[in-house]
Design a binder for this molecule. Structure first.
Ligand code: MN
Length: 206
């Protein structure tokens, strides 16, 4: 199985300067029960992107999705695998200084419990670690904006090991006309936009 570890996450950050959590293994505040959770964080860094994170074996497996998730099963969205993040990161909203790793503002764009729905060729359910190793995970999301099945497929597009594709599965929640990244831009935690969080941090510092 893929090794779940936070060394890379920690080595890239200076926690004297970054407001991000170090990862003490606490449950995020937004997980009300013990169900595994997913979160999508909207991150205005040098390039705007959406970070999809899925709880697996005590960490958040993470992908940066430049265009964000789509509700249209015809869209294949590039999802670049990035380092595992600590569970507490699911609650993180704030502004990282420009000169730090990931500099920019993060909001919790969507979050909720998820279920692993991946089965093997014989219809037997696969655990998440197995599914990740197989190169395809399928999850049922119960967020406020994202609902239904989503697949992540290890495409290695352009010969790049970190490249996956995020695709909405065909089910009742699929809807080519819904475009939540543009119509529902606010945080599901604070109700704030990226711009508001950035401005508040600036005025608090100034
Ligand atoms: Mn990011």
């Amino acid at each position: 199985m893929p090794r779940s570890q936070l060394q890379t996450y920690r080595s890239r950050r200076d926690f004297r300067r970054s407001p991000e959590p170090q990862g003490q293994g606490d449950r995020p505040k937004l997980s009300k029960d013990r169900n595994p959770l997913f979160v999508v964080q909207k991150h205005q860094a040098s390039q705007l992107h959406y970070d999809l994170r899925i709880e697996v074996d005590g960490v958040l497996k993470s992908w940066a999705v430049p265009k964000g998730p789509s509700m249209n099963p015809k869209d294949k969205r590039l999802a670049v695998a990035v380092e595992d993040h600590p569970l507490e990161y699911a609650d993180f909203e704030g502004t990282i200084e420009e000169d730090q790793y990931g500099g920019g503002t993060v909001i919790v764009w969507d979050a909720g419990p998820y279920r692993n729905i991946k089965t093997d060729d014989d219809g037997k359910s696969m655990d998440m670690a197995e599914a990740l190793d197989s190169g395809t995970i399928e999850v049922w999301l119960e967020g406020r904006k994202l609902r239904g099945g989503f697949a992540l497929i290890h495409s290695k597009l352009g010969g790049k090991q970190e490249n996956w594709l995020l695709v909405k599965m065909k089910d009742d929640a699929a809807d080519a006309r819904r475009n939540p990244t543009s119509t529902q831009p606010r945080s599901v935690l604070s109700g704030k936009t990226i711009k508001q969080v950035t401005q508040e941090t600036r005025s608090a510092d100034g």
